[in-house]
Ligand binder design. Structure first.
Ligand SMILES: *[C@@H]1O[C@H](CO)[C@@H](O)[C@H](O)[C@H]1NC(C)=O
Ligand SMILES: *[C@@H]1O[C@H](CO)[C@@H](O)[C@H](O)[C@H]1NC(C)=O
Ligand SMILES: *[C@@H]1O[C@H](CO)[C@@H](O)[C@H](O)[C@H]1NC(C)=O
Ligand SMILES: *[C@@H]1O[C@H](CO)[C@@H](O)[C@H](O)[C@H]1NC(C)=O
Length: 192
């Protein structure tokens, strides 16, 4: 059982490069500023992935749900990622992670988080909130250079309600201006 769990985690997070859809080149600058006056308390809770942009993970993960909960320490949180494997009878799997507000002492309180699924402190800003109204939607961006030839750029368009059908105007506009629709993938959530 332990070994099986380890293996599945291994497969998900260290999947072979053939599972990746990497872009050739190096990361561009963040296309637009992150939100300011970020309020972690309002951001906590459940977010469903509605659409995503590219990803290094295998793509049989559906029904993706993130639950963020507060921690004792200031500006820190835990989260739970829940997925179902589309190609395996919708088998349920979950992963625990944790994170911190990236720059809690910056007076602007930028909407940037360092998150990780590993143990130990998360060391990289990898969750940049380009837009959110806290109550309905969030648009999160990340990019990192895999090596000197390839980069991996992602976004997650999240919503409080998995039935969210129309993109909010700001999400639509970010998508049109900065991303290629052909790499956008819709996350399957239902019949239930
Ligand atoms: C960069 O990473 C890609 C994907 O893992 C790999 O195919 C390629 O050989 C690597 N290039 C270099 C220069 O390491
Ligand atoms: C589901 O697809 C992933 C790749 O997307 C693959 O690694 C995995 O073995 C598949 N599982 C089954 C049960 O077919
Ligand atoms: C988050 O990661 C960045 C590096 O990307 C680092 O400069 C910053 O200090 C980290 N924040 C925390 C609270 O650890
Ligand atoms: C969230 O959406 C609802 C329904 O459209 C709307 O009434 C509410 O004002 C929105 N919340 C914010 C913070 O914009």
């Amino acid at each position: 059982m332990e070994l099986f769990t380890f293996l599945s985690i291994f497969l998900i997070f260290f999947a072979s490069p053939s599972d990746s859809r990497l872009f050739e080149g190096q990361c561009r600058e963040r296309p637009t500023p992150v939100v300011n006056s970020f309020t972690l308390d309002r951001y906590l809770g459940v977010w469903y992935e509605i659409e995503w942009y590219d990803d290094e993970y295998p793509t049989d993960d559906e029904c993706i749900k993130f639950s963020y909960t507060s921690k004792q320490e200031q500006d820190a949180f835990d989260f739970l990622l829940e997925v179902r494997h589309m190609n395996d009878s919708f088998k349920y799997e979950s992963f625990k992670g944790h994170g911190v507000v990236s720059f809690p002492n910056d007076l602007q309180l930028p909407g940037q988080l360092n998150t990780t699924y590993g143990t130990g402190p998360p060391k990289r800003v990898n969750y940049e909130i380009l837009a959110t109204d806290y109550e309905n939607f969030s648009f999160v961006w990340d990019c990192h250079n895999v090596n000197t030839t390839f980069y991996n750029e992602k976004f997650w368009y999240l919503a409080r309600d998995w039935r969210q059908s129309e993109r909010p105007a700001v999400v639509e506009s970010l998508l049109k201006r900065f991303f290629d629709e052909k790499f956008v993938r819709k996350t399957y959530h239902g019949p239930e």
